[in-house]
Design a protein around this ligand. Structure first.
Ligand SMILES: [Zn+2]
Length: 169
């Protein structure tokens, strides 16, 4: 799976890419030299709106220049270039950018609100920050917004984020 490093102007894009399940590093205060070094060492493609950064050596051949200011349009652009399959919704920790792991319901009893515990069956957790994730209102809103973005993007091979893929494209 392709991995990315978003420049410091692309925080919302990075967040929404993680919601969609892309592996994307992001730091809001990182200088260009450090960003390039880390992207290069970890084999990540740089996403940038900075023409000077895009012209640097190595970066020239390893970046996608993001054309729009709006994160929805930006995500559309990323997907139209690199494609997307819709079975990765909320599979990555939005804070740490690592894959979530499923966790037994019994183990989260004391770590989530009791109404959440009593109304949900499946939970996942981040191996780094230990945050617990579950389905819920917030998740439904994110899913709807992501679906809106994906609908506009021709290369997203999905009908719904719940897993049904469109094989005709
Ligand atoms: Zn985390």
């Amino acid at each position: 799976m392709k991995r990315f490093f978003a420049d410091s102007m692309l925080g919302r894009l990075a967040l929404w890419m993680r919601v969609a399940g892309f592996d994307v590093e992001y730091e809001n205060a990182i200088d260009d030299a450090e960003l390039v070094k880390r992207a290069r060492e970890s084999g990540r493609t740089i996403l940038t709106r900075d023409t000077l950064l895009a012209r640097r050596r190595w970066v020239r051949d390893n970046h996608l220049f993001i054309e729009n200011d709006h994160y929805g349009k930006q995500l559309e652009q990323v997907i139209s270039v690199y494609g997307y399959e819709g079975d990765r919704f909320l599979t990555i920790c939005l804070r740490c950018n690592v894959a979530l792991e499923t966790i037994e319901k019994g183990l989260v009893r004391d770590r989530v609100p009791s109404y959440v515990y009593s109304t949900h069956e499946s939970f996942s957790t981040c191996p780094i920050c230990r945050r617990i994730y579950w389905g819920g209102t917030h998740r439904e809103e994110m899913k709807r917004e992501l679906e809106e973005i994906l609908k506009a993007s021709h290369k997203a091979k999905i009908k719904q984020l719940t897993g049904e893929r469109d094989e005709s494209t």
